[in-house]
Design a protein around this ligand. Structure first.
Ligand code: AMP
Length: 287
């Protein structure tokens, strides 16, 4: 697999190669099967797939989180190489830029995504989506992909990137891919590497809450359901709930009554010790 570390090298390669389409998979590394599912989807639909690994400092609202973020590039390269099959007509390449390459002059930018900039992740991680938008804008400008693949695991991020793509008029399709889970239901995440075995086991409660919400949507009131989740997680003693929200899956506007949406998604963010985890599940849709 070809690995490029500079924008210049990557663009030179893209310029001299003839591909009818380019798929892009942005990641922050510590790769797992969730990431690989995006690469696999990109490879199915594109002649060239560019996977990037870049731990983007701009999207971390806490320095401690950035420092503790798992990194293992050698393992990532090995994993990618075992997962992909490169042929002359289908290829996956890796873009592994330094901070200097992505931000030659770092000037924080502000973006406006209406309600998406105000609720859930945006509310609890101030500045986070400005950082995400900044790095994605930079990547899309460098690579100019046909299709970009993002996980529904980060549902709000997916909505933000769709909005960014539209605002900046990139000729690029944003493709959402389903959440890949551990056998116990825990959504795969690079941050899971920081959990102990027993913490991983207890984390299954997050998925259980989402499933309970799905089974009981519309059967009890929104408030009763929310209170159930609060009590359920409190009983685990180890999981600290940051938010549990029910919102319209298109607009992400939180709901108070079921009749406010016919496409309802449950969103959850928790802390286990110092590890922050997020997850979501569609409760119902009549689309
Ligand atoms: P990250 O490296 O955490 O920034 O994630 C890179 C991409 O992989 C994002 O589009 C994520 O939504 C996606 N992703 C992360 N975890 C999963 C998962 N469990 N299933 C599917 N996609 C995922």
């Amino acid at each position: 697999m070809l690995v490029f570390e500079t924008v210049n090298e990557l663009q030179k390669f893209l310029k001299k190669s003839v591909y009818s389409n380019i798929g892009f998979v942005p990641t922050m590394g510590a790769l797992h099967l969730g990431h690989l599912s995006l690469v696999e989807e990109a490879q199915k639909q594109n002649e060239l797939t560019v996977c990037s690994i870049f731990v983007n400092p701009a999207q971390f609202n806490k320095q401690e989180d950035l420092i503790n973020y798992p990194r293992n590039v050698t393992k990532d390269i090995n994993l990618l190489e075992t997962a992909i099959v490169n042929t002359p007509w289908k290829q996956v390449i890796l873009f592994l830029p330094s901070e200097k390459e992505i931000y030659p002059e770092y000037t924080p930018k502000k973006y406006h995504f209406n309600i998406l900039s105000k609720v859930m992740e945006a509310k609890h991680r101030p500045g986070h989506f400005d950082g995400v938008a900044m790095v994605i804008e930079r990547f899309l400008t460098i690579i100019n992909p046909t299709n970009t693949y993002l996980g529904e695991k980060d549902f709000q991020q997916l909505a933000v990137v769709r909005a960014l793509n539209q605002q900046l008029k990139f000729k690029n399709n944003i493709i959402g891919c389903p959440i890949v889970r551990e056998p116990n239901g825990l959504a795969m995440s690079s941050r899971n590497l920081r959990l102990s075995l027993s913490e991983k086991e207890i984390s299954a409660s997050i998925y259980q809450c989402l499933n309970y919400a799905k089974q009981n949507a519309k059967k009890v009131t929104v408030n009763v359901l929310k209170n159930y989740v609060v009590d359920y997680l409190k009983a685990t003693k180890k999981i600290k709930l940051e938010y549990f929200e029910l919102a319209d899956g298109n607009t992400l506007v939180p709901i108070k009554n079921w009749n406010e949406t016919n496409y309802c998604v449950a969103f959850i963010a928790v802390h286990i010790r110092t590890v922050r985890l997020i997850d979501n599940m569609t409760l119902y849709t009549h689309l």
